[in-house]
Design a binder for this molecule. Structure first.
Ligand SMILES: C[S@@+](CC[C@H](N)C(=O)[O-])C[C@H]1O[C@@H](n2cnc3c(N)ncnc32)[C@H](O)[C@@H]1O
Length: 244
């Protein structure tokens, strides 16, 4: 299927994460991010809300990169992490890595759609979503669901790749992701998935537009943190404590 098919109908993007992609996903993420993905995940962990015994939901959890990073950086403050995804192949990799993990008991891996969650209202202190909102069919519906399942005052943290603003960096970024990344990833994985990555990042909202969207959806205290010269951004928002 062509990249355009997935850009036109994002309800099917999970199909890109088939066995061929899932098997190599973590290694390719490390290679194409030049080892920086670990650092970006660490930066996300540092944005967890204060407090102990946190219940966290990780949407588009994939192979569990974010849950493992959260546990590495903050296990003593975490009570539970529910990881939700539509790709069984990605979650199979997550399940295999969770086996024997020292904090496996805190992990709950569930098949589910981030735009239609079968989880209770007001049940999480934090929701994380890395490289996920861009891939769902309806990002409004997804954020409404996040607001529903967050406890009042709870925090959402998105990690999304972005296109740097300065012309020179933008040109370097485009060349790298349009030509170099699909060639590297294509050696062992599905090049369509990585061409889709580049096109979907360029087409998606970023920076002030993302924050305005969070604000319109009903989040408060929105913040945007730029990492690695703007190649990745963290977007943070909170569920209002009261409706009034
Ligand atoms: C690029 S991967 C990100 C995985 C992980 N969060 C990370 O940062 O490494 C995107 C994931 O989104 C999942 N996905 C796509 N649409 C989804 C949806 N509607 N609900 C839940 N997961 C979805 C895909 O199956 C895939 O595992």
């Amino acid at each position: 299927m062509s990249v355009q098919t997935f850009l036109d109908d994002k309800s099917r993007t999970w199909e890109l994460f088939d066995a061929k992609v899932s098997k190599h996903y973590d290694r390719i993420s490390d290679v194409i991010s030049l080892g920086l993905f670990r650092r970006w995940r660490k930066a996300l962990t540092q944005q967890l809300p204060a407090g102990e015994s946190l219940d966290i939901l990780d949407l588009a959890t994939g192979t569990g990169a974010i849950p493992f990073s959260l546990l590495e950086g903050a296990a003593s403050r975490i009570n539970s992490i529910v990881g939700v995804d539509l790709s069984e192949e990605m979650m199979d990799v997550f399940r295999a890595s969770a086996e024997g993990h020292p904090h496996a008991a805190k992990l709950d891996i569930q098949y589910g759609d981030a735009t239609k969650l079968s989880l209770n209202d007001n049940s999480f202190d934090a929701v994380t979503m890395s490289c996920g909102l861009r891939n769902v069919s309806d990002h409004h519906a997804c954020c409404e669901e996040i607001l529903r399942v967050l406890k009042p005052g709870g925090r959402v943290i998105f990690l999304e790749p972005a296109v740097p603003n300065t012309p020179l960096l933008k040109a370097a970024y485009r060349t790298y992701f349009r030509y170099v990344v699909p060639s590297i990833a294509g050696l062992v994985s599905n090049p369509t998935a990585y061409r889709y990555f580049c096109d979907s990042v360029e087409a998606f909202m970023q920076g002030p537009d993302f924050l305005a969207f969070l604000n319109e959806t009903g989040f408060v205290n929105g913040r945007d943190i730029s990492l690695t010269l703007g190649a990745v951004r963290l977007y943070i928002g909170e569920k209002p404590v009261s409706n009034g």
